[in-house]
Design a protein around this ligand. Sequence first.
Ligand code: AMP
Length: 115
Amino acid sequence: MPTIFAKIIRGEIPGDIVYQDDLVTAFRDINPAAPTHILIVPNKVIPTVNDLTPEDEATAGRMLLTAKKIAEQEGVAEDGYRLIINCNKHGRQEVFHLHMHIIGGRQLGPMDVKI
Ligand code: AMP
């Protein structure tokens, strides 16, 4: 079964895509926690961080470099932002297609509270 994020990447359902290349796609979170809330996802379905393999090194690196690029595009780089990857039940992961949240545009709370 394709994930909802795979459908966005393939253009099968709408998504507010802000960046796409051969390895990753980034689109705005449908339920933003802050003025900037974008998800960076691998084009290939990798369910969780636990499923990354050495073959995925370039994709994992591209996710981080894309976060940097998007922070600059969104104008949040200087003030700062937070990158989050949730994993499985304790991490409260809801969509099992690896994704990195980039959240910024306002002062965030401390790490141990809901953002
Ligand atoms: P996580 O808890 O890390 O799995 O977060 C999943 C995120 O995906 C949540 O912040 C949701 O708001 C977001 N989300 C779910 N469905 C969509 C969608 N169709 N388009 C954009 N973001 C979505």
